[in-house]
Design a protein around this ligand. Structure first.
Ligand code: SAM
Length: 218
């Protein structure tokens, strides 16, 4: 028998993902598996399957499910891939990536968020995640090069450090723009150069670091 949350999860997929062009079967299957309710604070569990970003403390948010799905569809991670994720936040997208690839290296600058995400992800049984505390705009050299890189905070530009850590044939997806509004941007690194495509508009908290914004602007 389905739990109440499983029903709500199916409803979110039917109302907010499928009709808006999220057609990648592996991605839909991952959304079906990962329980978003365990990544949000207790007082917001009743809103876990609304299509909205929600506060997770420290001025940060768990991203809107549709935007996470859109980014994952642009990223198109494959089973054997090593994926670098910048901005662990709650760990929800990390879990989706762990379902879709073989290894996820996730970096978060706020230690309490990284620790809490790690506890949640370990309690769900994920063993293919490497947790890194630090400035993700610098990437993570020990496990480079990456098949895929996903940036989950708004960047003023694509950090060259990250493009350098991407394999040839690899894809990077990031929200790029001002502090308050960005465009989902897909970068493909090919033998003959880097190809950039813009997708839809979005709003993310700022990417703060040496190759991002200097402060959170508060
Ligand atoms: N995808 C996450 C989820 O599913 O919960 C939400 C990510 S939240 C929108 C953005 C996160 O990026 C925040 O937790 C923030 O602390 C983090 N962040 C911002 N700048 C960063 C940086 N330079 N390196 C690592 N993490 C960073």
């Amino acid at each position: 028998m389905n739990s109440r949350y499983e029903d709500l999860r199916e409803r979110m997929i039917a109302l907010h993902l499928l009709p808006r062009g999220i057609t990648n079967k592996r991605i839909i299957e991952a959304f079906r598996k990962v329980p978003r309710e365990v990544f949000v604070p207790d007082y917001l569990k009743h809103s876990a399957y609304e299509d909205s970003a929600l506060p997770i403390g420290h001025g940060q948010t768990i991203s809107q499910p549709y935007i996470v799905a859109r980014m994952l569809q642009l990223l198109d991670p494959q089973e054997g891939d090593t994926v670098l994720e910048i901005g662990t936040g709650s760990g929800y997208q990390t879990a989706l990536l762990a379902e879709l690839s073989s290894t996820v290296v996730t970096i978060e600058r706020l230690k309490p968020l990284l620790d809490s995400a790690k506890r949640t992800l370990e309690s769900l049984g994920y063993k293919n995640i490497v947790y890194v505390h630090g400035d993700g705009t610098l990437g993570y050299k020990p496990l480079m090069p990456y098949d895929r890189i996903i940036v989950s905070a708004g960047a003023p530009h694509i950090p060259q450090t990250l493009v350098d850590q991407l394999k040839t044939g690899g894809v990077l997806v990031a929200p790029v723009g001002s502090r308050y509004m960005q465009v989902l941007t897909r970068v493909e690194k090919k033998k003959d150069g880097v190809y950039i495509e813009e997708d839809e508009g979005c709003v993310f908290v700022p990417l703060i670091g040496k190759k991002g914004w200097e402060t959170n602007g508060a």
